[in-house]
Write a protein of this length. Structure first.
Ligand code: C2O
Ligand code: CU
Ligand code: CU
Length: 480
């Protein structure tokens, strides 16, 4: 985990409060590794196999896990935009799974949501025709009622949508060297090192919060970085944890991309919030050769404040960086501008739709574990019922209201502009194109429907706290 010097540095900068104690088993200072890169830009085809695995996370016993093509998580898929890619997803497990392409703008019938569940032993062969700008997206299983558990145990991976132009943009692009894919997840292990996930009442209500930080499925690893500019593609693959990320010595993170792709120019931030489902790409400068750590505030996000749950406060280390001068430093300057186009949608005449993300908090809820605790506009998810339809290529204004706690609101098959948050200008990290936004009170969105989804293969909209989603805080709509 931390070496002595880093531990001291952390102590010095935030008073030695480690609210998320990383389990102290194997104290090796391992190097972070990256998921294997499955580059489909030339072959324009790839195969994923959902399989069972065994993983030893931190020196304890091996634990049963799930993965695509490997024991835990899946490969990083790189897809070319402007091209058609033939995918094949095979299910070797005994339960239905799916592969939802979170952040790909593809029609409803190839979106991989609950309506494209793959039965055990079966394969699914969608063609992914991409015409969206480059972006960091991700994929994960999305079978209604088991999404939280399947993602917890490993059915998730990262997607890079590329146009092959990052060198021209002056951006780091060497996978695992200066272009780092980082999947952030919090997990819980018992004394023997087995991953545990008992979604008791507390987790079912607030969403699961673990006490051990994993990056790319590893505990306590350090990322080696060149003495130059490093790009981090941050993916929040946690079930419920919201990170407020910053660097331990307060150097800036230069935000270059949000969910939907590049901004028009880098924005220097001292910190950035990343909720479940969201992605952000940042550039970090290591030109002076000085190490630092990616750290996060500990945010409890509990519906009942201090009464039931977790307390907020303190910081913990997400990932230490160690400069390695033997690594090639290819990029030594920040780009002044990027070719991403910020959304400026004209929503003046757009129809208004309201969503309230509801949690029922009565005594009834304490007694039952029925799927009635969570809903949107008082209706819990029903796979057989379409909630509404919208017109293809139309624009709507959505006002999303969150109940009792913060909820990351995600919409399939679209990108949107955040118009306001609680009546204020959106936070800087919400200025670009988004598909997931953390609603803390009320958010106003302009949503553009660019792809088609039939009544039998509709798009989902839901809270990305996976326990809330499985509990019914989800709906579905068609686009035609
Ligand atoms: Cu990342 Cu509907 O999900
Ligand atoms: Cu999605
Ligand atoms: Cu929620």
């Amino acid at each position: 985990m931390l070496n002595r010097r880093q531990a001291l540095l952390c102590g010095a900068s935030f008073g030695a409060v480690a609210a998320l104690p990383v389990q102290l088993a194997a104290q090796t200072r391992e190097h972070l590794t990256y998921p294997p890169l499955l580059d489909a830009t030339r072959s324009q085809r790839f195969r994923l196999r959902a399989q069972a695995g065994k993983t030893r996370f931190n020196g304890g016993a091996t634990t049963d896990t799930l993965g695509y093509n490997q024991d835990y998580l899946g490969p990083t898929l790189r897809l070319m935009t402007g091209a058609d890619t033939q995918a094949e997803v095979e299910n070797q497990l005994r339960a239905p799974v799916s592969a939802h392409w979170h952040g790909l703008l593809v029609p409803g019938d190839v979106d991989g949501g609950p309506h494209q569940a793959i039965a055990p032993g079966q394969s699914w062969r969608p063609v992914l025709s991409l015409d969206q700008p480059p972006a960091t997206a991700w994929y994960h299983s999305h079978v209604h009622g088991t999404t939280a558990e399947q993602v917890m145990f490993g059915l998730a991976g990262v997607l890079h949508v590329t146009d092959g132009q990052d060198d021209r943009r002056g951006l780091p692009s060497a996978y695992g060297i200066d272009d780092l894919t980082l999947v952030l997840q919090d997990r819980q292990f018992n004394r023997r090192g087995r991953m545990t996930y008992n979604s008791g009442m507390h987790d079912a209500m607030n969403g699961f919060l673990g006490d051990t930080m994993l990056v790319n499925g590893q505990v306590g690893a350090t990322a080696a970085v060149p003495k130059g500019i490093v790009r981090c593609r941050l993916v929040n693959g946690s079930n419920a944890r919201i990170y407020r990320l910053s660097l331990s010595d307060n150097r800036p993170m230069h935000l270059i991309a949000t969910d939907g792709g590049y901004l028009d120019r880098p924005i220097a931030l001292s910190g950035l919030t990343l909720a479940p489902g969201e992605r952000a790409e940042v550039l970090i400068e290591f030109l002076d050769g000085i190490d630092c750590s990616l750290v996060s505030d500990n945010i409890a996000n509990s519906a009942m404040g201090g009464m039931m749950g977790g307390r907020s406060g303190g910081q913990f280390v997400v990932l230490p960086f160690a400069v390695d001068t033997t690594l090639p430093a290819r990029i030594s300057g920040l780009p002044e501008s990027l070719d991403g186009v910020l959304p400026i949608l004209d929503f003046a005449d757009a129809p208004l739709r309201r969503f309230s993300l509801d949690m029922s908090m009565g005594m009834g809820m304490m007694m039952t574990r029925a799927n009635r605790q969570f809903s949107i506009n008082d209706v819990a998810f029903d796979e057989t019922a379409l909630n509404f339809s919208v017109a293809l290529n139309s624009l709507e204004r959505w006002v999303v209201q969150g109940d009792l706690m913060m909820h990351p609101f995600h919409v399939h098959g679209v990108r949107f502009q955040v118009l306001s948050e609680n009546g204020q200008q959106p936070r800087p990290e919400n200025r670009g194109w988004k598909d997931t936004v953390l609603v803390n009170g009320q958010s106003e969105l302009a949503v553009r429907f660019e792809k088609q989804a039939s009544r039998s293969a509709p798009y989902m909209y839901h809270c990305h706290i996976l326990e809330h989603e499985d509990g019914g805080m989800m709906g579905q709509f068609s686009v035609s």
